[in-house]
Design a protein around this ligand. Structure first.
Ligand SMILES: O=C(O)CCC(=O)C(=O)O
Length: 328
């Protein structure tokens, strides 16, 4: 994001959609000397005198990215998934620490589907629910952005396109999406990681759009991010296992790095905020021990120009390729 750019529609003629006045704000709520580049809140993202916040810190907070009624529409759809759960014998959990999903075809196949994953603590050994269905899910993924009309509408929204354009994406594509529940009392920790560990491109050019569907606070498990950590390369990769005899379909190529907690800052945000997360910035979230849920919708965008998407990544594109952001 080196230089100031005009609106995407002023320069990209192949893209449909009306020109919008971007209301993206270049703000960072984290107080730390490293993060002191907070600018006047009413400057738009692209006109800001400080367009380097994302480049320097590895993330940027865009408040009021979506309107409350738009957020409610997304949240309604997330809640609908909990009303139609798979039968007990087909229930699978997702846990970023214990990583049971590494053994599961169900997880691999979810790349191009809408699949539900339960919290570990929500199921007994037979797949029976130990909690109310409404709070049983960890997440739904990983092709909501393409297969579900509401998630598709907001993923391919002009505000999303503008944000990618401002970050110098020439031909971005959306490779995955997730509805994350982080339910009260049961929502599990997401361990410290870089998104490029999972969605590696060479060179790395990947952004996560993380949209708060409810206020995310330190109490209910907001994101914690290590500012500047995106400048230290990709620390490990999660890849398809080449050993056909192994039960582990997916493996890490290196042990987990040891990150210092003191490098991380909590990033509490209000409902409707979008956090843009650089693919190499290290982040995590604590379990939710609070009585309030912390729903979020997140999706990942890769650059397809002058980059290659790794065939070793767990998530592989559908036959027609990942959907292009500016062309849908
Ligand atoms: O929502 C969370 O708590 C963490 C999500 C995350 O880290 C990710 O999707 O990469």
């Amino acid at each position: 994001m080196g230089s100031l750019k005009t609106n995407r529609n002023d320069t990209v003629s192949s893209v449909s959609g009306e020109a919008t006045k971007s209301d993206l704000k270049d703000q960072c709520p984290v107080s730390s000397s490293e993060m002191a580049d907070i600018i006047e809140p009413d400057l738009s993202f692209q006109r800001s005198q400080h367009p380097h916040t994302f480049e320097r810190n590895g993330f940027v907070v865009l408040e009021d990215f979506f309107q409350p009624e738009e957020i409610d529409e997304l949240k309604f759809c997330g809640e609908e998934f909990t009303k139609n759960l798979p039968p007990e014998s087909e229930r699978k959990v997702f846990n970023s620490i214990e990583s049971q999903q590494s053994k599961d075809k169900y997880f691999l196949n979810s790349a191009n589907k809408i699949s539900v994953f339960f919290e570990t603590e929500a199921l007994d050994n037979d797949g029976k629910l130990k909690v109310h269905p409404r709070v049983s899910l960890n997440k739904v993924g990983h092709a909501l952005h393409w297969l579900h009309p509401t998630f598709k509408k907001y993923t391919f929204d002009e505000r999303v396109k503008e944000a990618a354009f401002q970050l110098d994406y020439e031909e971005p594509a959306v490779c995955q999406s997730m509805y994350i529940y982080k339910n009260p009392g049961i929502g599990s920790e997401v361990m410290m990681h870089q998104d490029a560990t999972y969605l590696y491109t060479d060179p790395v050019k990947l952004i996560g759009f993380w949209i708060a569907l409810e206020d995310a606070t330190q109490e209910n498990g907001c994101l914690w991010i290590a500012p500047g950590s995106h400048k230290s390369g990709v620390h490990r990769r999660y890849v398809r296992n080449k050993d056909p005899d192994s039960k582990e379909l997916l493996i890490y190529d290196r042990a987990a790095p040891c990150y210092q907690l003191s490098n991380f800052r909590p990033v509490p945000v209000s409902k409707g905020t979008c956090i843009l997360i650089h693919g190499q910035v290290v982040h995590f979230s604590y379990p939710n021990k609070n009585d309030k849920s912390r729903h979020a919708y997140t999706f990942h965008v890769i650059e397809t120009q002058h980059t290659s998407y790794s065939k070793e990544n767990w998530l592989q594109p559908p036959l027609e390729g990942f959907p292009k952001l500016y062309r849908n």
